[in-house]
Design a protein around this ligand. Structure first.
Ligand SMILES: Nc1nc2c(c(=O)[nH]1)N[C@H]1C(S)=C(S)[C@@H](COP(=O)(O)O)O[C@H]1N2
Ligand SMILES: [Mo]
Length: 581
């Protein structure tokens, strides 16, 4: 415009930097997945950067050459959906393997070194879902059927850690709300789909190294004139319980099904009705030809290293002989829910959950512990310093009995607690192998002084069950404190004090004393009381604790008066009568 003077603005500058926008986060260790490995083995340092997953590929011709997938993997048994036999068909396994290795799939997200997603379901399980779709036939519907069963059978407030295979636990407030876990709130740990089985068409076989192999229907098993029934209250605990504490400390092996990021809810207690497996072994004429272990087969498909198989593990005869391995059809007075193994599951008393096989369809007597991966390559407890690249399955201890453990369900890490000198805490305590919690202790000072939970504030003891507990934990101080919980079992075993002392690459058996940092506000302190009253009077909110408040606790005049009546702030006044000119 004529006559108008334009002022020159400096040109907008783009930030010139070699840093990536998240450099600070990476440097501060908040983005471990993006860090290179530093190779100092040569004369020059080399950075080995994490690789992006390769693009998805598919060799359709190779897949087609395998044959009609829907025929190959068609249902074999009338009245069973989502079931597959592999033990008798090496050819079928080879074909499934061919299908799975002729294409690639959505990779597992990095939830070990990257942040865990803030969604529910937390992890989707895309790889397992795609494997089932790729194999087709009887497995094609497994992911969708599984989720449908979850929505039907589980409590609406479950925390779904992994959508497929389904893994879920109750939220903290519901874990110990009752000492017997209601079925809809019992945690679920699956390695594959949830077979849907018609109980009238159901049977399983007991074979292998027994005198007379036999086949049993549900009616056979439930026939009291043949087999005496046992009703037992049992805590089932997954060896992955509280794994999140290990992950948060150091990342470990990151395949999402074996390593689901469990919190404190992968433990539940129910009353089961069933029979002792020992009676069935006897019914088959006993073990012969060196039979020493019982292999237990689940009806669903587990995919491990792109090989397909049933979910299967084994238990030793000594455990069976002690009447500590049950075949159960009832859970808390109801038929087993589909998600917990309907119509028949194994319940191994005092062993990790992994041995309590659901959807049982075969028991095979064998000479040695099962060579199946769940028994011989997973659920292993390694020495911490063996290192990822050195460990061999035989270096790991096959986990059977869980050591003594406990957890605080309330309050939670990060809570601010306004109290009158005592903080109310709740939680559980458990010990495997037929041992039970005798004493639960809490500390409000990081584990220096311990207060015992009063026996009357613990649920009843039982050989195979956890105990829930509550305590009013004395706490005088204010500020961030660490509440710690530990248990002593009847054999006087107790828990290591730090996560690090039991940390292992497989992230199993997090049994260290449970620690939570909380902020204590002790209202019995007069000054705290005054301050809280003042804030309330002025309508100033208390939360969040980190809010800065302008409401002064002393006036300038009060500060001045204080220093007049006491020693001055600085000490150099002592020399004021010395003339140092
Ligand atoms: N057939 C079958 N049985 C199984 C599993 C499985 O994936 N398939 N998971 C095992 C594991 S690892 C645990 S911890 C328990 C969990 O039992 P729940 O799901 O009834 O709580 O089941 C065990 N039995
Ligand atoms: Mo488990």
């Amino acid at each position: 415009m004529p006559g108008t003077k334009t002022t020159r603005r400096p040109k907008a500058t783009t930030l010139e930097t070699n840093n990536r926008p998240d450099e600070w986060r990476i440097e501060q260790g908040m983005q471990g997945a993006k860090l290179p490995i530093i190779d100092q083995t040569g004369s020059k340092t080399v950075f080995i950067h994490p690789v992006d997953p390769p693009p998805i590929t598919k060799d359709q011709a190779a897949i087609d050459a395998v044959g009609d997938r829907n025929k190959l993997f068609a249902g074999e048994l009338d009245g069973w959906k989502g079931q597959a036999y592999y033990d008798s068909s090496e050819q079928k396994k080879a074909k499934a393997h061919k299908i799975l290795t002729s294409q690639t799939f959505t990779p597992t997200p990095d939830y070990m070194t990257g942040p865990i997603p803030g969604t529910n379901p937390v992890l989707p399980g895309d790889d397992f879902t795609e494997w089932h779709h790729a194999i087709g036939g009887e497995l094609a519907d497994a992911p969708e059927d599984s989720w449908r069963t979850v929505l039907k059978e589980k409590h609406k407030d479950m925390l779904h850690l992994l959508k497929f295979p389904y893994n879920g636990e109750p939220p903290k407030r519901l874990v110990t709300a009752k000492s017997i876990t209601p079925n809809p709130l019992h945690f679920v740990r699956n390695h594959g789909g949830i077979p849907i089985i018609d109980k009238d068409k159901f049977y399983f076989t007991l074979d292998g190294l027994v005198a007379t192999p036999k086949r049993y229907t549900l009616n056979d098993i439930m026939d009291e004139s043949r087999f005496p029934q046992i009703v037992e209250t049992v805590t089932i605990q997954c060896s992955g319980t509280r794994r999140i504490e290990q992950i948060t400390l150091y990342p470990g092996q990151g395949d999402e099904v074996p390593q689901a990021p469990w919190a404190e809810g992968a433990i539940g207690t129910a009353t089961y009705r069933g029979i002792s497996l020992k009676k069935l072994i006897k019914d088959c004429g006993g073990l012969v030809n060196g039979g020493k272990h019982l292999e237990l087969y689940g009806a669903e498909t587990y995919v491990k290293d792109l090989e397909v198989m049933n979910y299967l593990v084994s238990v030793p005869w000594s455990k069976v002989k002690a009447n500590e391995v049950l075949l159960a059809w009832e859970m808390n007075g109801e038929p087993l829910p589909a998600i917990h193994g309907f119509p028949l599951r194994v319940v191994v008393l005092g062993y990790i959950g992994a041995r309590s096989v659901k959807w049982l369809y075969r028991i095979k007597a064998i000479e040695t512990p099962s060579m199946a991966p769940v028994q011989s390559r997973e659920y292993l407890y390694f020495n911490q310093q063996i290192g990822k690249h050195n460990q061999k399955p035989t270096d790991g201890i096959q986990i059977q009995e869980m050591p003594v453990s406990s957890a605080i369900m309330s309050p939670w890490k990060g809570h601010v607690i306004l109290h009158n000198g005592k903080i109310h805490c709740k939680g559980w305590a458990y010990s495997g192998g037929g041992r039970w919690p005798e004493r639960v202790e809490l500390s409000a000072d990081g584990g220096f002084s311990w207060y015992e939970v009063a026996p009357e504030n613990m649920s009843k003891k039982g050989r195979w069950t956890w105990r829930t507990w509550e305590i009013d934990l004395p706490c005088d101080v204010e500020g961030w404190i660490e509440i710690v919980c530990r248990c002593w079992d009847n054999a006087l075993n107790t828990q290591p004090l730090t996560v690090r002392s039991a940390w292992n690459w497989g992230l199993h058996v997090t049994h260290s004393a449970h620690r939570i940092s909380v902020y204590s506000i002790n209202k019995t302190r007069p000054r705290t009381q005054e301050r809280l009253a003042l804030l309330e009077k002025n309508g100033i909110p208390l939360a969040p604790i980190t809010r800065y408040e302008v409401t002064h606790s002393q006036t300038d005049a009060e500060i001045m008066k204080y220093y007049k009546e006491h020693d001055p702030r600085d000490a150099d006044n002592v020399y004021t009568n010395i003339d140092d000119d």
